[in-house]
Ligand binder design. Sequence first.
Ligand code: HEM
Length: 324
Amino acid sequence: YPPSTWNLSAPPVKRAPDSHSAHTPTQDEPPEEPQTSLPSKPDDDEGTPASRASSPSSTPKAALNGVADSPAIPTFTLNEHESETQNEDDEDEDDSEDDLPAPSFPAMNSAQRASAAPSIGLMAPPSKSASMAPPPKPSPSLMAPPPRINPSNLRALPTTSSQSMRVPTNGPLPNRGPVPNRGPPAPNGGLAPTVKTPNARGKVLLSPGHSPLDWANLQRSGKNLAGVTSLLRVTPSMLKEMNGRKGKPAWSSYQGKVYNITPYLPFHPGGEGELKRASGKDGGKLFMEVHPWVNWDNMLGECVVGIMVPEGQAPGVSSLEDMD
Ligand code: HEM
C-alpha cells in the first residue's frame, strides 16, 4: 500500500480526523466526477509520462481543484505508478514530490488492484446508467423450460388390449339380464327382469339355515344326498319319472350325469320353483341360460345318482369309471 505516496501528497496537519479513510478524498467531490475522470486514466497510463503529467484528465478533478484552491484537502492521483517511479528515481527529492499529481487510489501496486483482473485498469469504468442497471438476464435459451414428455410415452402398456381383457365392474355382466322364457319382455327394453323376485337378479329370500354356506356344510357332512346306495344307469324314461312329484325325488341331468336336486331345492338362490323346472329332464339348457358361471358339478357333487344311458339298457352302474 502506498503510504509513502500518501504522505507526499496529503498534508497530515490539515487532514480531517477520518482522513485516513480511503473514501475521504472523494467525499468532497460530486459522485459523478470520479467516474468522468477515471476513463482517461488508463489511457494516460499507456501514454508517455510527459503527456500524463500535462493532461488534466490524468488526475481527478479533486486534485486539480484541491491543489489550486485548497491544499488542505488530500488529493490522490491515478498516476500512482508514475509517482512511484519518480520516487524510486528521486528518493532524496521529497519536496519536489509535492508538485507531482496526486496519487491514485487504490495504488497501482496495491492488493486491490492486484486482486482485480488485469484488464480492469485498462477498461473504461461503466457509466452511471450501466452501473445502476440490473444484472443481465439469462438468455432465453437458458431459461427455456425442459422439453415436455408426451404422456403417451410414459406408458408402454397398451390400454385397449388390457381393457378389453378386463371384466366390466359396473356394467351389465353377461347373461345377467332378464331370465329368458319367463314372460313378455319388460317395457323398459329388457333391462329389468320380468320375474317378480325380491331383488333385481331374481334371487329369492332363502329360509334360515339354507344359505350357500349351509349347503356347503351339508355337502361336507357325509350325508347321503343322492338318495341311492350305488350309482345307477339312468334311462330317459327313468329320468322323466323322477320329477319330484307324488313323493318322488327330483332328478336332473347335466352333461351326461344325473343329479338328485331334491335336497338342494331349499338352498337354490333362484328359488325352488326355478330349480324344479329342470326336474325329470336335462337341465343343462336352462342352467346355462341363467348362470353359466355356476359350477353345477361342484355345487351338487354329493348328489350324483348315476349316468345317462340309452333307453333299454339295464339299470345300475357299478363303478365311477363308467361315469367318466
Ligand atoms: C340344478 C342345478 C342348479 C344349480 C346348482 C344352481 C345354482 C345356482 C346358484 C349357485 C345361484 C346363485 C348364482 C349367483 O349368485 O351368482 C343360482 C341362481 C339362480 N338360479 Fe340356479 N341353479 C341350478 C339350476 C337352475 C335352473 C334349472 C334354473 C332355472 C330354470 C335356475 C335359475 C336360477 C335363477 C333365476 C337364479 C337367480 C339369478 C342369479 O343368481 O343370477 N337355476 N342358481
